[in-house]
Structure formats: C-alpha cells, structure tokens
Design a protein around this ligand. Structure first.
Ligand SMILES: NC(=O)c1ccc[n+]([C@@H]2O[C@H](COP(=O)([O-])OP(=O)(O)OC[C@H]3O[C@@H](n4cnc5c(N)ncnc54)[C@H](O)[C@@H]3O)[C@@H](O)[C@H]2O)c1
Length: 292
C-alpha cells in the first residue's frame, strides 16, 4: 500500500502486543505515517524483529519487553517512554490472548484469571500508568482492541468474551471520564482476522493447523463479506480513530468484522449469486422449519 498521509508526524505511540499480528500491522502503519512507535510485548524475539522491520521501512521504533498483566512491567515501560519523550500521544491497547475454547464448567480458574488479567487487566494497567503522558500530550487518544466476542455470544469462550465485554464497557467509561481532560477513548472490535492468534497453529500438527484454518475460513464464509479480514484492514481503522481526523469521536466501539455482528445468521451461507443456501456448519436448531 502506498501511503501519502503523515497523520502521526512527531507523535509518540505505544502499541501493546505490537510484536505480531494486528499490533504489528498497527505499528508498521503508524510508523509509516510518521509516528515514533514503542512496541510493548512479552515476545522479545518477534518484538525485536518488528522493531527492526519498522526501522527498515524508514520508521522509528523501540521494543520494550513488557507483560501488560504485571503493573510493575507496565510502570517501567511507561517510565522509559516518558524519560525519552516526555509525553504519550497515542496508546493502542492491543495485547491479548484467546484462552481455552471450553464451556465454563471445564474452564480452570487459572485460565479465567490469566485471560482476564491480560485482556482486561492489561488495559487497566496501561491506561493508568500512561495517563500522565496522555495528559501531557494535550490531545491524547486511546484505541482499545475488543472483539465481536465481546459484543455477541459465541460458543465456548466465557473468559475471552467476559474480558472483551469488559474492554468495551471500560472504553465507554473512560471516554466519559477523560473527555473533559482532552483524551479520546475508542475501541475497534475485529471479527475473524486472517491471523494465527497466539500462534496456536505453530504448536499443532500440520493436519490440525490446516483444519484450524479451514474451520476459521468456513466460519468467516458465513459472514456477509464471506471472508477472513486482513490485519491491515483492522490497522487502518485503528489509525483513523487514533488520528486527529477522528477528533469528535470518543466512546465509539467500531466493528471491523465483515458484517458478522450485523447479521443474525440462521445457519445459511450466501452464494456468490446472492441466494442463501443451507450451510453444513449451521446450527440445525436455528434452521427455520418449512412453511414458516
Ligand atoms: N485475530 C483475530 O481474529 C482477532 C479477532 C478479534 C479480536 N482480536 C484481538 O486483537 C488483538 C491482537 O490479536 P492478534 O490476532 O493480532 O493476535 P497475536 O497473537 O498475533 O498478537 C497478540 C500479541 O500480544 C502479545 N501478548 C500476549 N500476551 C501479552 C502480555 N501479557 N503482555 C504483552 N503482550 C502480550 C503477543 O506476544 C502478541 O504479540 C487481541 O487483543 C485479540 O484479542 C483478534
């Protein structure tokens, strides 16, 4: 993509979970538009690779190892940024993990706590410690990464759904509390993205990894746009919300999901000619009976 825009010239940006996936795409995008990007992530290997990738593309970046669920890590990361730059213009709270796909009676307490402490606790810690830097900016902006699973129910994701629902509520709450202090707070809610979240497929056999991808593609094919999203399509909306072009937007939760939360899918797939046909993956109980 050729970008002419320099909406983030001189801006200091923190992207949590910026080592891979959506966060990496955000780091690359904002750096391409002029930002100095801090990549805060637990993954040092991919974090330094992304830091170098941004620099190779002509941008400015710094990787800081940080576990967002640990307040001491977050405090040190923010202190490092403030000592170097004296302010924070944009905070993208993106770090997250999926957690196990199990019903609540099979969910271990430790997994519940881990998912909540990273996906929701991380947003709390980063916001709390970055707040003085965002206030020092004079026009600070936050973008939190939620999920469609925080907006509607999906099978077997109780901890992830609770955490992402919490991110959405916290986004609105912070927009209310921080608007008068000059800080905008919004959320992006991605749908199925063409990305191996948490690098799960790396730990599977090739057959299981292929089946996992096929299953995600099959689910995505049921959505109105009928495909997985690209990380760049999520990053583009995050960049807009973080930029001055969105100067009158706060408290918004923007679905970037191919229309899946707009669609009450009764187990039908839409063919390329626009006609609906029964989907083999559709829930049989949701299929309308004949004559109704
Ligand atoms: N991929 C999807 O389909 C999808 C859909 C909806 C929402 N999301 C959300 O988008 C965000 C990014 O996910 P992704 O798909 O790019 O996944 P990803 O696994 O590629 O990226 C997540 C990043 O967060 C980092 N991370 C994990 N735990 C951390 C911690 N404790 N502290 C700091 N960094 C940590 C990982 O190292 C990784 O770099 C997540 O919040 C996720 O919930 C993803």
């Amino acid at each position: 993509m050729t970008l002419c825009s320099r909406r983030f010239d001189e801006k200091i940006v923190i992207v949590t979970g910026g080592a891979t996936g959506i966060g990496r795409a955000v780091a690359m995008r904002l750096a391409t538009e002029g930002a100095s990007v801090v990549i805060a992530d637990v993954n040092s290997e991919f974090g330094t690779t992304t830091e170098q990738g941004v620099r190779n593309a002509g941008g400015q970046s710094q990787f800081i190892r940080c576990d967002v669920s640990r307040s001491s890590d977050v405090q040190t990361m923010v202190d490092t940024v403030m000592a170097r730059h004296g302010r924070i213009d944009v905070l993208v709270n993106n770090a997250g993990i999926p957690g196990p796909l199990v019903p609540i009676d099979q969910l271990a307490e430790a997994d519940w706590e881990r998912v909540l402490s990273i996906n929701l606790g991380g947003v709390f810690h980063c916001t709390r410690y970055a707040l003085p830097g965002l206030l020092a900016s004079g026009a600070g902006a936050m973008v939190n990464i939620a999920s469609t699973f925080g907006m509607v129910g999906a099978p077997n994701t109780p901890a992830y759904a609770a955490a992402k629902g919490g991110v959405i509520a916290l986004t609105r709450q912070l927009a209310v509390d921080l608007g008068s202090r000059g800080i905008r707070v919004n959320a992006v809610s991605p749908g199925y993205v063409d990305n191996d979240m948490d690098q799960r497929r790396d730990r599977m056999t090739p057959e299981a990894a292929a089946a996992n991808l096929a299953s995600r593609e099959a689910t995505a094919s049921l959505q109105p746009l009928g495909r997985l999203g690209d990380v760049g399509e999520i990053a583009a909306v995050i960049a807009f919300l973080a930029s001055d072009e969105a100067s009158f937007i706060t408290g918004a939760v923007v679905p970037v999901d191919g229309g899946c939360t707009a669609f009450f899918n009764l187990g039908h797939r839409q063919a390329s000619d626009g006609k609906f046909e029964d989907s083999p993956t559709g829930h049989p109980r949701l299929r309308p009976s004949s004559g109704r």
